[in-house]
Every structure is written in structure tokens, then in C-alpha cells.
Design a protein around this ligand. Structure first.
Ligand code: NAP
Length: 326
């Protein structure tokens, strides 16, 4: 087996790469000239590097040589302009699929990393399942669903699609702002979503790598999440307790959230630098719940998320401290 991994320089991709290296799977990673190599220090010496971008089809075709499996983890999670989501998550995925299709008979399976955002919100009473009609509510989610459709309709080889919910763990910049707030004695109290599924990044990386060759994964879609359902309030409480910080509750009602998103959106446009909070993200923050069921993955693979919230927050906090993020 030889794997081509896209998105290796990112949060999730760098953990997928470490999971591949731990299994001694020969791996080539696709990097752009300006890709940050900071998360790759442990693994760069043991992999091949192909220079290119998923928005440059020629570079993708070159990167496919001799590869038997592809993990497509590159994606756009924040963008100054809406078209940025579609250029990477839809067109970029189409380019990956075309390179897989034209790469001779070499590639045996494509594992595509999508998102729960492609399926849309769901409550704890009715967690999202793979057979539900997708109802994405944000441009990010719509672009991820469009990427899934490129795979389902265009891929002539075997494929599997993994939909993670919110991912946390070492190197994450999303939940990092919560840890920073607690460091500054603030405990954010979002009014929505009411319930969340999460997945610890190392568990997700294991699920993604296991999708490479398990026969049951053929042309299947899987939610990969912990069985624990949490609220934003609970998450903030766990972080505050583990950081041993006294905190002042900081209510975040919708009336505050929208102006905050609008302000960050304006800053992004002025500085041309995408930010985590933005108006395209606002519908996701207002959703009633983001809960999904990992039952299908457990049934087909015997996979379940090993790391609960307490242990996951503890490992994440240790990493932030050891790496001077906090
Ligand atoms: N983080 C989450 O909570 C979460 C939840 C659900 C699903 N996901 C999905 O997981 C995947 C990874 O997300 P992440 O959180 O790890 O994001 P991230 O840290 O922002 O990493 C994104 C990765 O994609 C690469 N990339 C972007 N545009 C590219 C292009 N045109 N050509 C080649 N590479 C490109 C980036 O490379 P550069 O270093 O060159 O920019 C980077 O390696 C995405 O598909 C995302 O939709 C993430």
C-alpha cells in the first residue's frame, strides 16, 4: 500500500499522517510551496513530498504516480469570500477525483474527509445518520456536500467518505479560543447549539486510516464521533476546571453573536485574512444542535472513539502548554 495524503500540513491531516507513519504505511504528502511545515516536524523525514495544490490538476496527476490509496483531507474551513469554499471543497475535490480516475488502475480506494456540516444540524433526540437527507445550512456545509457529490458521482474507483463533527485536540485552532478565554478568566456561555457531538483528533485519524482497506467501507459514508453528547457550557466548564482558573461567565446570546460575526467578517475583508468567526459561520452557530451517530462505523469497523471529553481536554491542554500556545 502507498498512500497519497492531501492536507497533511493542517490540523486533522497532520494527525492522519502520524497515524499512517505509526502503521509504517508508505506515504506521499501533497504540499504547496507556502504550506506551513510546523505540524510536520515529527513525520517529514519519513515521507515523500510532492509539490502541488488540489487546485492545480497537473500537479495532482503527477503526485498520483505509484500510489494505491488516496486520503483527501485538504479543505477550506474558513474563507474571506464564499467562492473560496467552493474552489477548494468542490472544484479541488473534483480535481482529486479526476486525478484518481486518470491515474491508471493504480488507485484502489479514495478516502474523502467531509464534515458533519454537509449533513446539517441535528438534535440529541434525532442524531444525524448517514441515510438522512443532507440539509446543510452554511456555505461551508454546502460546499462540503458538493465535494461529496463529486466523489459519489464522479469517482470510478472505490471510495469511502468520513464526516467528522467538531474536532478537537493538539494543534486545533478552533477550540483554542475557548482555552484562551479561560486563560483570561472568561468562561464563554453560548446560547446555541444546545448539543454537540465531538471527536478527538487522534481517534478520528485512526478511523480515517482504517477506512483505507476495510472491505465494508466500499462506497460508504460514515459519521465518526464520540458517543458522548456535550453542550458548549459543559465544554467550557471542563476546560475551566482542568485549567484551574477562576472564571467569570460570559453569556453569548444571539444578539451578541451576530455583531461579533459581522465585525470579524469586516476585519477579514479589510485584512484579506479569513477568520474563524464570520457571517458564513453564523447559521452554524445558531443551529439547535450538531449531534450525529457513530453507530454505523462501530457496526462495520468495531471503531469507537476511545478518548472521552475529560481525557481529550487534558491531552489538548497539555499540548497547548508544552507548545507555548498558552
Ligand atoms: N477541524 C474540524 O473541526 C473539522 C470538522 C469536520 C471536518 N473537517 C474537515 O477536515 C479537513 C481538514 O480540516 P482542518 O481542520 O485540518 O483544516 P486546516 O487545519 O485549515 O487544514 C487545511 C489543510 O488543507 C490544505 N489545503 C487547503 N487548500 C489547499 C489547496 N488548494 N491545495 C492543497 N492543500 C490545500 C491546507 O494546506 P496549506 O497548509 O497549504 O494551507 C491544510 O493542509 C477539511 O476537509 C475539513 O473540512 C474539519
Amino acid at each position: 500500500m502507498k498512500v497519497l495524503l492531501t492536507g497533511a500540513s493542517g490540523f486533522v491531516g497532520s494527525h492522519v499522517l502520524e497515524s499512517l507513519c505509526a502503521r509504517s504505511i508508505a506515504t506521499r504528502i501533497l504540499l504547496r510551496p507556502k504550506s506551513d511545515r510546523g505540524f510536520l516536524t515529527n513525520s517529514l523525514s519519513s515521507v515523500e513530498v510532492a509539490n502541488g495544490s488540489i487546485t492545480e490538476p497537473e500537479s495532482l496527476r503527477n503526485a498520483m504516480g505509484g500510489v494505491t490509496h488516496v486520503i483527501h483531507c485538504a479543505g477550506c474551513t474558513k474563507s474571506v469570500a464564499i467562492k473560496g469554499f467552493y474552489e477548494v471543497n468542490q472544484t479541488g475535490t473534483r480535481n482529486v477525483v479526476e486525478a484518481v480516475n486518470t491515474g491508471g488502475t493504480g488507485v484502489r480506494r479514495l478516502v474523502h474527509v467531509s464534515s458533519q456540516a454537509a449533513g446539517g444540524p441535528a438534535s440529541a433526540d434525532h442524531p444525524a445518520r448517514e441515510d438522512d437527507l443532507p440539509q446543510p445550512i452554511s456555505e461551508y456545509g454546502k460546499s462540503k456536500l458538493a465535494g461529496e457529490m463529486e466523489v459519489r458521482q464522479g469517482c470510478r474507483t472505490d471510495f469511502a467518505i468520513v464526516r467528522p463533527p467538531a474536532v478537537y485536540g493538539p494543534r486545533d485552532r478552533g477550540f483554542y479560543s475557548l482555552f484562551q478565554a479561560v486563560q483570561h478568566h472568561l468562561r464563554p456561555q453560548p446560547s446555541a447549539p444546545k448539543a454537540l457531538s465531538l471527536v478527538y483528533v487522534e481517534d478520528l485519524a485512526e478511523a480515517i486510516t482504517r477506512c483505507l482497506d476495510l472491505p465494508a467501507a466500499t462506497r460508504q459514508t460514515y459519521y465518526a464521533c464520540a458517543s458522548e453528547v456535550v453542550t458548549g457550557l459543559q465544554m467550557a466548564d471542563v476546560v475551566a476546571r482542568q485549567m484551574k482558573r477562576w472564571t467569570i461567565p460570559m453569556p453569548l446570546p444571539a444578539a451578541v453573536l451576530w455583531p461579533a460575526c459581522a465585525f470579524q467578517d469586516l476585519l477579514a475583508r479589510l485584512t484579506r485574512k479569513a477568520r474563524l468567526l464570520n457571517l458564513a459561520k453564523y447559521p452554524e452557530l445558531r443551529a439547535h444542535g450538531w449531534v450525529c451517530s457513530g453507530a454505523k462505523l462501530e457496526r462495520d469497523f468495531g471503531w469507537s472513539c476511545k478518548t472521552g471529553l475529560e481525557a481529550g481536554v487534558s491531552k489538548t491542554l497539555r499540548w497547548y502548554r508544552e507548545n507555548h500556545w498558552l
